[in-house]
Design a protein around this ligand. Structure first.
Ligand code: ACO
Ligand code: ZN
Length: 226
């Protein structure tokens, strides 16, 4: 079950002789001193950021055999909002977002997936919105494209121009690279739908993804149709 996206990334890896670190997931070339230096810099900082020691008060909104989801609200104690922000920064830098401001920080809800090894391996930031643009079906011929074209193409063509009603906007969704395809993003979204609005269960149509990445789009397309 391979996607075009994965094929392109695998080809890139082989070409540049890259290695993936088994604990932080960074892709780097062991031959390059610069790469090694960057990895050393990143590695510990990353693991420290996703480390979760446990809090006096945790708002646990879902529990699973392999972890739990906690919800962090803007008025929570500093230790909680700081962790949420630090993890969001990691997600942002991976997504290539430059600025780290949210459209409405005071209403942002952050869902963190904590695994059994006490690491924050998933993060979802949701905000109240009024309208959104539907993600359109994938345009094809991706196989013949370079990675840059692929990313550009998918970003450019992902949304319709017609605004539709939506209630909840997902401004970030991120899962630690080594923990993907285990249903963590799916469980974050399912939990979001049952807990975002008190006393009501949001439908998939009431959730909108803002500016999805190619991976985000593949995920969102799958999630919304199932
Ligand atoms: N390629 C193809 N299909 C995918 C992919 C992918 N890379 N990722 C998810 N899917 C589909 C699959 O059908 C999958 O089911 P399957 O594994 O049984 O085939 C289904 O979606 C459910 O996937 P999950 O396991 O729930 O998703 P995961 O926990 O791996 O997280 C995510 C997906 C969040 C997109 C992750 O890959 C990620 O963090 N990527 C980097 C950050 C990113 O791009 N985030 C989205 C940005 S858009 C936004 O934030 C609004
Ligand atoms: Zn590492």
């Amino acid at each position: 079950k391979q996607t075009d996206n994965q094929l392109i990334i695998d080809a890139g890896q082989k070409q540049f002789g890259a290695t993936m670190c088994g604990s932080c997931g960074m892709l780097y070339s062991t031959d390059s001193p610069e790469d090694n230096f960057q990895h050393t810099q990143f590695h510990q900082r990353f693991l420290d950021t996703i480390k979760f020691v446990g809090w006096k008060k945790e708002r646990v909104v879902a529990e699973f055999w392999d972890g739990k989801i906690i919800l962090v609200l803007p008025d929570d104690p500093k230790y909680a909002t700081k962790k949420a922000e630090d993890v969001r920064r990691i997600a942002d830098s991976e997504l290539g977002f430059q600025q780290i401001t949210l459209s409405s920080p005071s209403s942002a809800k952050t869902y963190l997936f904590i695994n059994s090894d006490r690491m924050v391996v998933g993060c979802l930031v949701a905000e109240n919105i009024r309208q959104a643009f539907r993600v359109l079906e994938q345009q094809e011929n991706a196989k013949d494209m370079s990675k840059e074209d692929f990313l550009e193409h998918h970003r450019a063509w992902c949304c319709s121009t017609v605004a539709e009603q939506a209630i909840c906007g997902v401004s970030r969704i991120w899962v630690f690279s080594l923990m993907r395809r285990k249903g963590i993003a799916t469980r974050l979204l399912d939990t979001l739908r049952t807990t975002f609005m008190y006393g009501s269960h949001l439908t998939k149509e009431e959730i909108a993804f803002s500016d999805p990445t190619p991976e985000g789009k593949l995920f969102a397309t799958k999630y919304c149709e199932t």
